[in-house]
Design a protein around this ligand. Sequence first.
Ligand SMILES: C[S@@+](CC[C@H](N)C(=O)[O-])C[C@H]1O[C@@H](n2cnc3c(N)ncnc32)[C@H](O)[C@@H]1O
Length: 306
Amino acid sequence: MSYPEDITEHLTTLRDYVRWGASRFNHAGLFFGHGTDNPIDEAVALTLHALHLPHNLPGGYFDCVLTPNERTEVVGMLERRIAERKPAAYLTNEAWFCGLPFYVDERVLVPRSPIAELIEKQFSPWIGQPDEITDILDLCTGSGCIAIACAVAFPDADVDAADISTDALEVARKNIATHDVGDQVSTVCSDLFDGLEGKRYDLIISNPPYVNSEEWRGLPQEYHAEPRLGLESGKSGLDCVRRILRKAHAHLKPEGLLIVEVGNSAEALDYAYPDVPFCWLEFERGGDGVFLLTADQLAEYRNQFA
Ligand SMILES: C[S@@+](CC[C@H](N)C(=O)[O-])C[C@H]1O[C@@H](n2cnc3c(N)ncnc32)[C@H](O)[C@@H]1O
């Protein structure tokens, strides 16, 4: 699409820029799914960020006229999204999870797990007595979003936030400091359970990498801006998940629960372990591919995971 160089003379209000940005995004064939799922919301997020305005700006302000400098800033931000093909969250360095803002950059995946909904409900009905939960592990923590949201939802719990990437753990520590949960959340550099010898938890939550190599290669460009280590997990997509299933039992308390997101690899997992009764959780806000197993079930099917 060609447009006049003086586009800022033709568009005046905040709403004009959102509409124009969304049209440009559609024309450019951008992919959405890293925090927003459509071009309008993506254009709103970028426009408000460029204007230093809050993400929940009341609708009436969208009729406000922008100054010449503001128009240039907004157009620059919207054009960057097209030129760089990065998720908006990497341009704004902010993503929301469980109603909390997180600093993000290319060292971590953009938070978007449906597990947020479970955390907000304190894992009801699976957990009956939230105040009895004292030890939680967020395995493959990335930005620390799951660990920190759990610390907020379970104020009496200690939370380990583990990741193999020292880069990701730096981001997680920044978020832990911002949310002032350093007394509850500890980062651990660990290859899955290898660095967690002897530790047992009430709850192990994991959003590990689970995309198979072929699928990863075919993902839209926006995903390729994210760390490959956070997405791809071998030929079947199940390399990390298999290792988690093998060791999780040794790190759960007797009444403990394991909750793991495997996304599109759910079918492959059911196929790999046909006898294991994975409980696939349902979400009101959308999303799927998250299973729950109890410590007892992990013990019962131990031989299959070996
Ligand atoms: C899908 S991202 C999840 C990040 C975050 N929990 C979230 O939901 O946004 C997966 C994370 O697993 C980490 N990871 C990959 N392989 C790992 C391993 N073997 N041990 C520990 N962490 C690993 C990556 O560094 C990445 O941060």
